[in-house]
Design a protein around this ligand. Structure first.
Ligand code: PLP
Length: 487
């Protein structure tokens, strides 16, 4: 299978494009080398390492040369706090263009009335969303009740009352061990401190999201915000159902689609599975399945848009204009029909990987997948997640350990390995390749044993790492990363 055309040949197909990109990178590295050779060397080495590793980390991908090149410009040099057409600095006309184009692509791609392209990352996008929901639902009505336009117009006593109210709100999000993210109300995270938090989980038998239990928790807890979305749940979510639950209890539905934004953009998740028409506020990263630069986005209804638009400087530092420009390029790529083909292949490949595990007797959380994630329970191999992750890495398979529901080994050692298909699908891997990946993973894990009672130490049977490395190298060679790009 040829490498994905979106990544390797857009916008101008053919070897000529690879030559142009090669020339650009060679020149850039030469310039960098003249100032700090160690950075040029590390940059070169990173490409070699990425080319040589079987990257199965569910949150990573490979952005296109066009997206990557867009980040290396003088747009980085401009301060542009504020929002489009309303900046706290002079001379922001080009940043206005950049941000407008990025937001326009995001609105069109996701069918959202409003998009905010400034968040520097997914966590920043979530913080902007929290702030915007508090500002819209709590602060604005309180100001109106006091006949004030601005918080600075409030008396000290009224301001203190409002601060207490803002700090006394409730958030219901998916628990970490069911696959939720730290920012969905995990106590040690700022989200668990900003809000009184409670978590919903998954059914202990099936591992699937239990909507009845979620509805019961929402009725009892009456949160201001229900957060949908996940980092490690291998299934689709019915966001129409979540919105019904939110409406019933008067909650704002916020969906963090950081992981599966590419599947939404690529129209694999549609109807009830597309969060954008159902959520009041949708947040995402741009660098995971969406395959853009590192960064975040917030989409919102007209009701929440004015507050989201004040994200900088109320929550965020000055916008990274060079990254917003790269978001615009990546979003333009995601609007091409080829991206829909890519997204469907991401989901098909996850299924092939899951089937490959199941037919070799492995146990998967929820028994399979219908998104881009496969969560393998490694206790059936007698291992902890930590041991499995290390043994796989020794064999050239890059993954991350992950908690599973009611994890007996806790959040550090864990009992799971999370696999994701977005990155290798970008390289061109197909279903047969992912079946082979499952075979290699099972080979490593069946040849790994714990050392004594340690949850970290392990023994890998002689010859396993070499055998798997060689097989992985064959797969990687057949599906090259950035073919034709030479430094
Ligand atoms: N939200 C979810 C669901 C995630 O999985 C992640 C990252 O893994 C984030 C937010 C945070 O993204 P970032 O690392 O860009 O802040």
């Amino acid at each position: 299978m040829a490498a994905d055309p979106v990544t390797t040949t857009a916008p101008a197909p053919g070897a000529e494009y690879a030559d142009t990109a090669s020339a650009a990178y060679r020149a850039a590295l030469q310039v960098i080398e003249s100032v700090e050779p160690r950075i040029a060397a590390a940059t070169r080495k990173e490409l070699a390492d990425q080319r040589d590793s079987l990257k199965l980390i569910a949150s990573e991908n490979y952005a296109s040369p066009a997206t990557l090149l867009t980040m290396g410009t003088w747009l980085s040099d401009k301060y542009a706090e504020g929002t489009i057409g309303h900046r706290f600095y002079a001379g922001c006309q080009n940043v206005d263009t950049v941000e407008s184009v990025a937001a326009e692509h995001a609105r069109e791609l996701f069918g959202s009335p409003y998009a905010y392209a400034q968040p520097h990352s997914g966590i920043d996008a979530n913080l902007v969303a929290f702030w915007a929901i508090l500002a819209t639902r709590i602060e604005a009505p309180e100001l109106a009740a006091q006949g004030a336009k601005h918080v600075n117009d409030l008396s000290e006593a009224d301001w203190e009352k409002l601060r207490n109210k803002l700090g006394n709100q409730r958030l219901l999000g998916m628990s970490l061990d069911a696959g939720g993210h730290l920012t969905h109300g995990f106590r040690p995270n700022i989200s668990g401190k900003m809000f009184h938090q409670r978590s919903y989980g998954t059914d202990p038998e099936t591992g699937l999201l239990d909507y009845d239990a979620l509805a019961a928790a929402a009725r009892e807890f009456k949160p201001l915000i229900i957060v949908g979305g996940y980092s490690a749940y291998p299934r689709r979510i019915n966001f129409a159902k979540m919105r019904e639950i939110a409406d019933e209890v008067g909650a704002t539905l916020m969906v963090d689609m950081a992981h599966f934004a590419g599947l939404v953009a690529g129209k694999v998740f549609t109807g009830d599975e597309d969060p954008v028409p159902h959520a009041h506020v949708t947040t995402t990263t741009t660098h995971k399945s969406l395959r853009g630069p590192r960064g975040g986005l917030v989409l919102a209804t007209e009701e929440y848009a004015p507050a989201v638009d004040k994200g900088c400087p109320m929550v965020l530092g000055g916008p990274l204009s060079h990254v917003m420009a790269a978001k615009a390029v990546a979003l333009a790529e995601a609007r091409q029909p080829a991206f829909q083909t890519y997204a469907q292949r991401v989901a098909d490949n996850a299924k092939a990987l899951a089937d490959g595990f199941l037919k070799r007797g492995a146990r998967l959380v929820t028994g399979g997948t219908d998104n881009h994630i496969v969560l393998l329970d490694v206790t059936s191999f007698g291992l902890t997640g930590r041991q499995a992750e290390s043994a796989l890495l020794d064999s050239g398979v890059v993954t991350n350990r992950n908690s599973i529901p009611a994890d007996p080994n806790g959040a550090w050692y864990t009992s799971g390995i999370r696999f994701g298909t977005p990155a290798l699908t970008t390289r061109g891997f197909g279903a047969a390749d992912f079946d082979r990946v499952a075979e290699l993973v099972v080979d490593v894990l069946t040849n790994t044993s714990p050392e004594g009672t340690s949850k970290a130490k392990y023994k890998l049977a002689d010859g396993t790492a070499q055998r798997v490395h060689a097989a992985a190298a064959e797969l990687l060679e057949a599906n090259p990363l950035y073919p034709g790009l030479t430094l």
